[in-house]
Design a protein around this ligand. Structure first.
Ligand code: IMP
Length: 429
């Protein structure tokens, strides 16, 4: 196994950052392939917390090559801040360890302004975007008017394109959204500086990655967001603007799909979602509040409180199918300690009838009634568990139930925030 894709199985925030960080120890290359700085991977290294939004978490390990693929949208301001922070903390001492696809699209100042203006205009129909300009940048990519990262290598052409684009977008901003226009001079100045500081990272990363795979290098793809936020298969329109499922690892990086060997899905031991949209197993009571407090369920990017609920087998089975999952990682099992009984959603009913599959319409999902199975909880603190057998009997039962329902083997279980608090049942590569 040399090419492994790691995907979030729920609505994002599954604790992928920590798992990627752990798997990255065994990888040679770590790749981001979709999304942008709407993602936020929280990592705790030697007691110090670090949140990465764009640069793959593999950067925290010496000697790993990190690639930001063509499927990612990049806000140069955020990228530069992140690079500078990593350098200041001694994590990016060698610039050649970070390569960025010349085909990745840029998030421009007007994308952020348009994202916020469009959300504000939606009133009660808000999606709850992170306001980072992700949707507008992907919209421009699809309508073939985007500017790509490789342009930073050609400042004159960039200046020309930026000038025209700002002129056009300012029309939308001022006339349709009644928002402030973008100051062209300020933007040009900033982008001139980005050209100088960031163009050295631009490369044909698809070619590079294909070569590395051929050489037998171990490659880890790091998914951002989660399956239920996928543009096609998620809870549309309450989704992000990229495909978050495993198939996009190939498209978003420039390798062929046959090169992928293994697809690992990450799920929390319960469910959370941030932003608006249907969430069948949501707990709107004290228990939901307890999960939020104990699990520290506040967005890594926006700080918003996350909505919390029971684990959902209908939703996870859908994720297994969409991603062709070969392995499962369950995170934050420790958060469930002391909650008894535990509920697992094993079916949906709509207007009294069972549903066969995850519904397409947000309106239907909003009204489904979850069917629950109760399992016994455990009281013990499991933060120190090192092996599967160290877990209480009922915690093992809970995991076995999930594994059997999904028919996907468990590869690891995370039992705490720290890097070392992970029980592994196999090797990622
Ligand atoms: P956008 O990606 O900023 O356009 O936001 C669209 C939806 O996806 C909103 O509900 C966001 O809260 C959600 N979202 C985007 N990125 C993440 C993430 O990394 N974790 C969880 N939710 C996310």
């Amino acid at each position: 196994m040399s090419v492994v894709v790691l995907i979030g199985c729920q609505w994002g925030d599954e604790g992928k950052g920590k798992v990627v960080d752990y798997f990255a120890r065994k990888a040679d290359v770590v790749v981001r392939f979709q999304g942008g700085n709407n993602a936020g991977h929280t990592l705790v290294v030697a007691g110090e917390q670090l949140i990465l939004h764009l640069v793959p978490s593999g950067i925290l390990h010496p000697n790993k090559l990190c690639i930001i693929g063509n499927g990612v949208v990049i806000d140069p301001e955020v990228l530069l801040e992140e690079i500078e922070l990593l350098k200041a903390k001694g994590h990016l001492t060698d610039d050649s360890r970070l390569k960025i696809s010349d085909r990745a699209h840029l998030i421009l100042p007007y994308h952020r302004a348009l994202d916020l203006a469009a959300e504000n205009k939606k009133g009660s129909a808000k999606i709850g975007t992170t306001g980072r300009g992700i949707g507008p940048s992907y919209s421009d990519k699809a309508s073939r008017s985007g500017l790509r990262f490789g342009l930073l290598k050609n400042p004159d052409l960039l200046k020309d394109k930026l000038e025209k684009a700002i002129e056009e977008k300012n029309q939308y901003l001022t006339k349709i959204f009644k928002a402030e226009p973008i100051d062209p001079e300020k933007a040009q100045k900033k982008f001139n500086a980005y050209s100088k500081k960031l163009s050295g990272y631009a490369e044909n990363t698809g070619l590079l990655l294909s070569r590395l795979v051929k050489e037998g290098k171990k490659v880890l793809f790091e998914g951002a967001q989660g399956t239920m936020l996928d543009l096609d298969h998620g809870t549309y329109p309450f989704v992000t603007s990229s495909n978050t499922v495993s198939a996009n690892a190939a498209i978003g990086s420039g390798i062929g799909p046959k090169l992928i060997d293994r697809i690992v899905g990450v799920s929390k031991a319960y469910t959370t979602r941030v932003g608006a949209g249907p969430f069948p197993t949501e707990l709107k009571d004290e228990l939901g509040e307890k999960l939020r407090e104990r699990g520290g369920e506040y967005g890594a990017t926006t700080g918003r409180p996350r909505r919390c609920g029971w684990i959902d087998m209908v939703q996870l089975k859908y994720a297994v199918r969409l991603n062709s999952l070969t392995d499962l990682v369950v995170t934050k099992l420790d958060v469930l300690s002391g909650i008894d009984p535990l509920k697992v959603c094993v079916g949906y009913k709509y207007k009294g009838e069972p549903l066969e599959d995850f519904p397409a319409e947000a309106e239907v999902l909003e009204e489904v009634e979850p069917v629950y199975k109760e399992l016994k909880g455990w009281k013990e603190d499991i933060n120190g568990a090192k092996e599967f057998k160290d877990l209480p009997f009922t915690a093992r039962d809970y995991l076995k139930f999930i594994q059997d329902e999904l028919a996907v083997p468990l590869l690891a279980v995370s039992v705490g925030k720290e890097r070392e608090q992970i029980i592994t049942l196999g090797e990622p590569f």
